[in-house]
Structure formats: C-alpha cells, structure tokens
Design a protein around this ligand. Structure first.
Ligand code: ADP
Ligand code: TYD
Length: 208
C-alpha cells in the first residue's frame, strides 16, 4: 500500500450504540498524535443523503428496495464527489473516520431485501475503498432504545426494537460471513465510554 495514503476507519452498530461518542474521542487522540483526520458520516450531507433523511423521518414515503439503492448511490457520491469526497482526502494523506459504511447497508437493508442484491448494489463502492478497520460497537437493542429515549423526541424508520434486534443479528452473522475479506472488530458497547475508547485505540494505533 502507498504509505502516503490516509487510513479509512468506519464505525458500525445499531442506532444509539455509541458511535458518535467514540468517533469524536478517536479523532481527538489521533490529532494529539499529530495525525490529520477528517470525520464524516452516512447518510452523507450531500443531495442523495438529504433525500435519505426524508425517507428515514417519514417525510418521503418509498419502499425498502428504493431506500437500499439510495444508500448505495449516496455512498458512491460520498466517496467520489469533488467537493469533499472521501477518496480525495485519503489520497491527500488524511485519515478518514466514517460513521457507518457498507456494513450498515448489508445489516439494515438485508433484513427486508435479499443480501446478494444489496451486496451487488454496493459492489462499486466496495471495489473503490475498503476500510482498514470496521469497528462494530455491539450493544443490546434494549440498551440502545433506553439511551436513545433520553435525547430523541421522534423515532426514525428503523428505530424500533424489533428492527434493531434483526439488524444486530445480521451484524453478528456478517462478522462470521465476511471474516476472510474484511477486518471487523467487535467491541462490547456495554462497557464505559473510557473502556471502549481504550479498546478502539489499541487496535487503531497499530496502523498509524
Ligand atoms: P450513536 O452515534 O451510535 O447513535 P451516541 O454516541 O450518540 O450513539 O450515543 C447514544 C447515547 O448513549 C448518548 O446519549 C451517549 O451519551 C450515550 N452513550 C454513549 N456511549 C455510552 C456508554 N459507553 N455508556 C453509556 N452511555 C453511552
Ligand atoms: P445514523 O444517523 O448513523 O443513526 P444513529 O446515529 O442513530 O446510529 O443513521 C441513520 C439511519 O440510517 C440508521 O437507522 C441506520 C440507517 N442506515 C441504513 O439503513 N443503511 C445504510 O447504509 C446507512 C449508512 C444507514
């Protein structure tokens, strides 16, 4: 691999698993070590991401296959666009940390849409950029719902206990299914913020 390229680290987990909390702690630690780091998230803030947010809030009604296709298109645009595309950051030697990536589509969309179809939709993105690490923060749906209740006033499309249970099961199956292709690190998200952060750092600091 070209040593001047930035690393690509993605965070995964059900809604409310603690991704945002850990992402900002990781960024702080990387920057303290003098590393340049860019934070981003999917759905993105680009035009396709905005449309997806309308589907998640219920403002725009559509079916799950269409949503799956929107997520895949948003991802490609997020990688390749000229304004703040992930690939250009990586090529400039900047590390990119992304809140959700391909595994989110595999886990969330394949609950209702066949996995192979979701995988094919995402093959262009998968061939374009593979994460150095997918960090999966694993918590129970009950804990996730409790945490989300404290700060959210509305429920988005996939934020029901049944759906989150199915999604979590899919994540766990995916870790096994993809173990020869992807580096997925599963972290027990019921630990304290500090313990989780330490475990993430132990892994990430290996590649910096
Ligand atoms: P996500 O980005 O995955 O939705 P957040 O980082 O926003 O998750 O966390 C959801 C809520 O849970 C927030 O209120 C956050 O302060 C809290 N939280 C995050 N990590 C932990 C933890 N390890 N233990 C207890 N609460 C946590
Ligand atoms: P996000 O804003 O990360 O939610 P949270 O901070 O609560 O985890 O993601 C929005 C929702 O979009 C979330 O329910 C997961 C879902 N999603 C998919 O279903 N497929 C995808 O490919 C992505 C990126 C997100």
């Amino acid at each position: 691999m070209d040593n001047n390229r930035g690393h690509f680290i993605t965070f995964e987990g059900i809604d409310g698993s603690g991704k945002s909390t850990q992402i900002s702690l990781l960024k702080k630690r990387m920057e303290q070590g003098g590393q340049r780091c860019f934070l981003t998230a999917e759905p993105s803030t680009g035009p396709i991401g905005v449309m997806i947010r309308q589907c998640l809030s219920g403002r725009m009604k559509t079916d799950e296959k269409t949503i799956a296709a929107l997520f895949a298109s948003d991802r490609l645009d997020h990688l390749l666009n000229d304004t703040d595309g992930i690939c250009s950051k990586i090529n400039q030697g900047i590390h990119v940390i992304c809140d959700r990536y391909i595994l989110s589509s595999y886990a969330y969309q394949s609950v209702r849409v066949p996995f192979d179809w979701v995988r094919n939709l995402n093959s262009a993105a998968a061939d374009t950029l593979r994460p150095d690490y997918h960090i999966f923060i694993d918590i129970s749906p009950e804990t996730a719902i409790e945490r989300m209740k404290k700060e959210r006033f509305h429920t988005e499309l996939f934020e029901t206990k049944d759906r989150l249970t199915e999604v979590r099961n899919r994540y766990i199956e995916l870790i096994e299914q993809l173990k020869d292709e992807e580096t997925i690190i599963r972290i027990d998200g019921s630990q304290t913020v500090e313990q989780i952060s330490e475990e993430i750092w132990k892994n990430v600091s290996n590649i910096l």
